[in-house]
Design a protein around this ligand. Structure first.
Ligand SMILES: Nc1ncnc2c1ncn2[C@@H]1O[C@H](COP(=O)(O)OP(=O)(O)OP(=O)(O)O)[C@@H](O)[C@H]1O
Length: 849
């Protein structure tokens, strides 16, 4: 037999489980037949008359069993075989759940089940006729009913029992009655619609109408939304791991899951999260490529309206017209559809953010060290310290995934720095790779000694990303870094940093660290909230992100373009500052809140900086939400080498005041030397992240203190939060390249980036975006088009920037510079109070033109 055709055999546990399924199904069938073919003359627990012949199809045992069940539960006995079959199915289906039973949930289900059975039995015994001579509710029902009747009377008892049935149903199934009510509503609406459409069905020319697609599709979509919003019962929806406990996967719809994985917005556990995420979000229309079917397109915009979700959706690229009232676009399930466009096929709504299932389910290994071993090592530490004449007691042991911290109480008069200086000797005598001494543990009078574990656990991205701290964090710029020494996820906010310096030797895990940060942002925010400029001189680390909708420009590999990008950031920062001061707000958050409020009240704010002479637009554009901009530079030492000091100045300039404008820098370098991490840069970037470095000096360059040289590599880092001098040890999360690719591909499917040409252009086109006060390299040089422009202006007698821009098809900045030059040379006057310039020079001689 060929390999491909060989029969796949089951593992031991699988055999057992499949055996249980068969057994349960058979038992359920047996009990059902026994109950259905019950005969009162058969021998049984409650019968004494036996005339010799057994009528029950399942024989004496079946007859006896049916007798017992009817005796105790009456009609409710029929529930028993259903429960047996369901148990078998659950055992079979939830193999991986067996080892991680949630006893609380199981307890609730059991209580729910008993409530239903006993309440139904009591109701039956009060209201129904007997069955085969037994009470309709069996002994159980009789006892409960009789016990309650004297106290609550017939009506009260019935109401109470119905109440128990309702509560039991929710406890057993986890299905809310609100869902049942909603579904009933949907069913009714669908039924009446179908009834209304019935005559059309018989007209041959009417193809499929939306209503004929059936109730199921309505219900499916409803369920999808509901499940996402409510966050299904963990135990029901959890996919595979304890760490993935918060993940919501609708098990009842495996088909939908496998075909459209993005439907599961697993990061959202609370309904508010979903509502926030599902609600279409404002976006700068300038920044969105017209044909993006983007779920974050502003539904509050005056030309977009929401329509019922059970419409068909276009698969064609569509565009949003911003101003034309007649061209009303519609948002269907988060996708923009223009009027007149053919609505062809059903498309599922796309979750606004990637789903966590794109990341690998880690194969976790836990540190197998026991308490006794830890105590032994603690004693060994005391002995080794004594060898160096240091008296210290181990007062606490904290094992973590990568290192174990021993807290030492030093004898009076022993300096902590003495142990720090001995860290290398201690590492050698304890046979450890490295020992880190923590001289100050906030809130404790002890010194910490961090010893690497014999078995190092990997901190996986999926585990740390799926934590409450990250999920619930309201900041669009929150990122997970990894886990602290106790294994708790470390979540930070880039918005508060507001800039980050990352350094470490080659191979220390920097690139993985940067990828983790970028991926966290991709998991937290859409392009309307966060945009990236990525600068990658090495040309390999960040190119993977090419094409995600968050990018403001292509991943920059050319260093000249990189300098232009930074220059653009400074310009953008200035622009944002002006806008914010015009609106009277202090930061980006305030600005966005004001814009949102204005839009909601139907009075959008128009660009206060707009000048008619500067633009080709007939009127001031409406202001839109501004996203935060994150500039990631993977090797900024290269940039410094190639472009020189100017980069340092630009970085310092951005770093100084970009916080309020929402522009943030992540600078990474593998060369932690003072000519790269200069005083100017350090002074402006307070938040640092040091991966393993080779010397104390390097550590001091990054953190202003030693310690990073004692790290263990592979993502082990010291993170110095803003405003503190005590670094925190973090074990960086690990994300594999293929996981990054998956997240990137997921964003590709959501939309394309809308690059802003101006960012990289600058000198490449002979035009440079100048900063206020900055002199151009080629200031003395007259623009190549200057003479032609003068001829044009003097001939047409129109000295506006926009006319020059239009005539020569050049960028605004270049045209503005030409006009300014003309002003200097007296060709045109200075700008008048109405924004116009007068042409002073006479028209050119006829033969010149
Ligand atoms: N958090 C982590 N957990 C486990 N292993 C890691 C982690 N981070 C990095 N590694 C391992 O270390 C290797 C080097 O990481 P990485 O490429 O990020 O280093 P680097 O500092 O960027 O090096 P270079 O500067 O040469 O690019 C990775 O291939 C990976 O195997």
């Amino acid at each position: 037999m060929s390999k491909g055709n060989s029969v796949k055999t089951l593992s031991g546990v699988q055999r057992l489980l499949e055996g249980s399924l068969i057994f349960c199904c058979m038992t359920a069938t047996y009990v059902l037949i026994a109950l259905s073919s019950f005969h009162s003359s058969d021998p049984g627990w409650s019968q004494s008359n036996f005339d010799g012949e057994i009528n029950n199809l399942t024989g004496a045992v079946g007859a006896w069993l049916a007798d017992v069940l009817f005796y105790f539960f009456g009609y409710c006995a029929y529930i028993i075989p259903i429960i047996i079959a369901l148990t078998g199915w659950l055992l079979f289906k939830r193999t991986h759940k067996l080892l991680e039973i949630d006893y609380f949930s199981v307890g609730l289900r059991l209580i729910g089940f008993l409530l239903i059975v006993f309440s139904l039995a009591a109701l039956a015994s009060m209201n129904a006729n007997g069955i085969y001579g037994f009470s309709a509710g069996g002994v159980a029902g009789d006892v409960i009913g009789q016990a309650m009747l004297p106290y609550f009377n017939s009506l009260g008892t019935t109401l109470l029992l119905l109440c128990f049935v309702g509560a039991g149903f929710t406890l057993l199934t986890g299905i809310s009655w609100l869902t049942v009510v909603d579904l009933t509503g949907y069913a009714t609406i669908w039924f009446f619609r179908a009834l209304k459409e019935l005559p059309n069905k018989f007209k041959p020319e009417m193809g499929d109408t939306e209503d004929t697609r059936g109730f199921l599709s309505v219900v499916e979509r409803f369920k999808e939304r509901r499940n996402t919003a409510a966050g299904e019962d963990d135990e029901e929806s959890n996919e595979d791991s304890p760490a993935a406990k918060t993940v919501t996967v609708n098990k009842e719809k495996p088909k939908v899951d496998s075909v459209q994985p993005r439907i599961e917005p697993q990061i959202f556990e609370r309904s508010e999260d979903f509502v926030q995420a599902a609600a279409p979000i404002n976006i700068d229309p300038q920044m969105i490529e017209p044909h993006i079917a983007a779920p974050w397109v502003n539904d509050e915009a005056d030309d977009v309206e929401l329509i019922d979700t059970d419409n068909k959706v276009s698969s064609e690229p569509v565009s949003v017209s911003k101003r034309n009232e007649q061209d009303k676009a519609k948002v269907v399930d988060g996708i923009v559809v223009l009027p007149g466009q053919e609505l062809e096929q059903e498309r599922p709504p796309m979750a606004p953010l990637p789903c966590i299932s794109l990341l690998d389910v880690p194969n976790r290994t836990t540190n197998p060290i026991s308490q006794e071993e830890l105590e032994q090592i603690g004693k060994l530490v005391e002995v080794k310290l004594a060898d160096f004449n240091i008296t210290a007691n181990v007062v606490g042991v904290y094992p973590g995934p990568v290192v174990t911290r021993f807290e030492l109480e030093l004898a009076p008069g022993v300096k902590a720095s003495k142990i720090t200086n001995l860290s290398k000797d201690l590492a050698r005598s304890l046979l450890a790779e490295n020992v880190r001494v923590v001289e100050v543990i906030p809130g404790k009078a002890y010194v910490g000694l961090e010893l690497p574990n014999k078995f190092r656990e990997t901190v996986f991205m999926r585990d740390v990303l799926d934590c409450e701290d990250f999920r619930e964090n309201p900041s669009h710029l929150s990122m997970v870094l990894g886990a602290d020494i106790g294994g708790k996820p470390v979540v930070v906010d880039l918005g508060k940093m507001p800039h980050l310096l990352v350094a470490g030797t080659t191979g220390s895990g920097k690139s993985v660290g940067v990828n983790v940060m970028i991926t966290s942002l991709l998991y937290k925010s859409g392009p309307d909230d966060v945009r990236f400029i990525m600068i990658d001189p090495k040309m390999l680390e960040l190119s993977v992100y090419e094409g995600i909708p968050h990018l403001l420009c292509e991943v920059v590999t050319d260093m000249k373009e990189a300098a232009n990008a930074l220059r653009w950031c400074v310009g953008e920062m200035e622009r944002r500052y002006k806008l914010m001061s015009a609106l009277g707000v202090r930061n980006l958050k305030g600005y966005n809140a004001k814009i949102k409020q204005a839009k909601e009240s139907g009075e959008p704010i128009y660009d206060p900086l707009w000048k008619s002479s500067d633009s080709m637009e007939p009127e001031a554009p409406e202001l839109d939400k501004l996203p935060s901009i994150v500039v990631v530079v993977d090797e900024f030492a290269d940039m410094m080498m190639i472009v020189g000091k100017k980069v340092e100045e630009l970085i310092a300039r951005i770093a100084q005041k970009a916080r309020a404008a929402g522009i943030h820098l992540i600078l990474a370098t593998q060369r932690p030397s003072v000519d790269v991490i200069t005083g100017l840069i350090k002074a402006n970037i307070p938040t640092r992240m040091a991966f393993q470095v080779s010397s104390r000096i390097d550590s001091r360059t990054i953190l202003d203190q030693q310690g990073a040289e004692t790290l263990l590599g592979m993502g082990d880092m010291l993170y110095l939060p803003p405003g503190t001098s005590i670094p925190m040890r973090v074990h960086g999360a690990f994300i594999d390249d293929h996981e990054v690719h998956k997240v990137v591909a997921d964003w590709h499917a959501r939309g394309k980036p809308q690059y802003i040409e101006e960012i990289l252009q600058g000198s490449a086109e002979g035009e440079q975006v100048l900063l206020p006060g900055e002199a151009s390299d080629s200031e003395e040089e007259v623009d190549a088009l200057y003479d032609e422009a003068v001829a044009f202006v003097t001939q047409t007698r129109r000295g506006s920037i926009s006319s020059v821009q239009r005539k020569f098809k050049i960028g605004y900045n270049r045209a503005a510079r030409i006009i300014e030059q003309m002003e200097l040379q007296g060709v045109v006057s200075a700008q008048g109070h109405n924004g116009n310039r007068e042409v002073l020079a006479p028209p050119p001689p006829k033969d010149y033109v």
